[in-house]
Design a protein around this ligand. Sequence first.
Ligand code: IYR
Length: 221
Amino acid sequence: MKKEAFTPYQGNRYPEDETAKRAADFREYMDKRRSLRFFSDKAVSKSVIEDIIMTASSAPSGAHKQPWTFCAVSSHDIKSKIKEAAEKEEFVNYNGRMSEEWLKDLEPFGTDWHKEFLEIAPWLIIVFKRAYENIEGNKMKNYYVNESVGIACGFLISAIHNAGLVTLTHTPSPMNFLQNILERPENERPFLLLPVGYPTEDAVVPSLKRKGPDQVIQYYD
Ligand code: IYR
């Protein structure tokens, strides 16, 4: 990108009092976000999913390479295949692969190897990181791939919450089965799986407490 390709910044600018109100309101709004395991099968339109994904794709990335592919799955057949393969791995995780300490840490969340939500949620978004690009037969490497894709997933989760929908950051492990089921190319690696949909009427969440400012911020002023 040449220097003369610069263009005026289009972001909104606010007076100080409005900045303060917006920051506080958004904090409160985002604090209502929860990871949810109770999905309704109510349909979500493709255009909503596309808006959410394109919000994620607006995230900053190393050298603006946008090293991500979002696979949006609503096919029941593919969702079933993913559920079956994920449960197979999770069964092994919960029955020996995870340490006693890990299982104890998860107890309050009531998770187990059953992953019904992978079939019930109307959409599964599987995020792939792109380690490199194949350009005219050359391997062109991407930069800060994990950081970039992690940030994009943060945008994705925020966009889902903003639309009144819910998700869960599901990390089946190992997750190479996603590569096979979705027939992704060699330069892509599965990063995160997010079911997306409406919450059920009677959805519940673990009653957890978030850390406060004095636990997560160290000021140097
Ligand atoms: N991947 C497993 C286990 C799991 C691990 C963590 I760390 C969690 O916060 C929740 C679950 C699963 O999806 O059940």
